[in-house]
Design a binder for this molecule. Sequence first.
Ligand code: NAD
Ligand code: WQD
Length: 342
Amino acid sequence: MSKILVTGGTGYIGSHTVVELQNAGYEVVIVDNLDNSSIEILDQITKITGKKPQFYNLDLCDEAKVVELIENNPDITGVIHFAAHKAVGESVAKPLKYYRNNFFSLINLLTAYTGKDVNFVFSSSCTVYGQPDKLPVTEEAPVKKAESPYGNTKQIAEEILAEAASVNPNYHIISLRYFNPVGAHDSALIGELPIGVPQNLVPFITQSAIGKRGPITVFGSDYNTPDGSCIRDYIHVVDLAKAHIAALKRQEENKMSGNFEIFNVGTGKGSSVLEVIKAFEESTGVKLDYKIGPRRPGDVEQVWGDVSKAETELNWKAELGLEDMMRSAWAWEQYIKDHPFS
Ligand code: NAD
Ligand code: WQD
């Protein structure tokens, strides 16, 4: 079976994707510098699948090391590139940190594959759409001026990929625009490990529910939405992980049209902040303490994806609902309370 390089493979989405790759019979090589993840995740993956992935602790910004890695592993047929910094607020405070890490790592990988045949899957984001004019948003919608350096790294990365693909027919590149990934693996052995106070809604909910944080603040209730709170397309991280396998299969079976494609990866359904809170309470039986606060600067009012392209061309569809997302996120929060990661 093919060997796949997963950068950022000990991270949140990466670890779930490694599990799905191994379950699908792929051999996995992880590269991660553990900047935002724990080495213990490797054992957790092994507990789930019974297979320990090969692991390199390496900074992808180090071009010589990346080139050496690729030369030493000529049997790698595909790369799934998750590794990046992703905190929107921090990117505003430290733009160069974000541009350096997110671009150097991408460019080094592409450089190492110059002249070689490779299937490449890139982690993009619905953040490239900003506030779309039309909902659900399709892949053809115009990319809006980025709200943050982080968002800008995703927009520019897609341009870099498109331009690199146009002059290198051996690159087969799929960019997946994720909507809002949440939840955790069913086993509760892997999940999201936020550092410090979570900025994202679901980890804040679970930490508040377990007593690690105070009440949740709903950022704004005066938006032009049915209940006044913002709407997002939340997608279960396991469904998202499976989309990567579908993308690789499309590449392996030579089904791509051209050698650079973009797909939305969401559920196609929007949920408001208040609906998420309600779904958490109903699916876990745990009552949440929340209050309505002011809007968060830079927030998009509402966004959800048109996912018909992924359904027809990747033959992939999200299967899990908001309740599964909440239940699994809660099980994971309870697990890490008893099994803290270093
Ligand atoms: P994460 O931080 O959990 O995982 C990223 C991993 O990459 C971490 O383990 C980190 O240590 C590693 N890494 C970062 N820079 C590196 C470098 N230079 N060399 C080696 N390893 C490095 O993040 P995640 O939530 O799993 O996100 C994965 C990808 O998906 C990112 O590209 C992110 O921008 C994108 N994305 C995430 C979301 C989300 O809400 N989580 C949404 C859309 C897109
Ligand atoms: C979801 C909703 C908040 C926390 C971010 C990035 C985006 C992408 C996904 C990577 C919003 C509300 C949140 C809280 C709240 N990441 N909220 N109280 O903002 O959609 O997107 O993650 O590409 O780039 O910007 O996700 O989870 O932060 O917020 O009311 O304590 O929950 O206002 O409406 P967001 P989020």
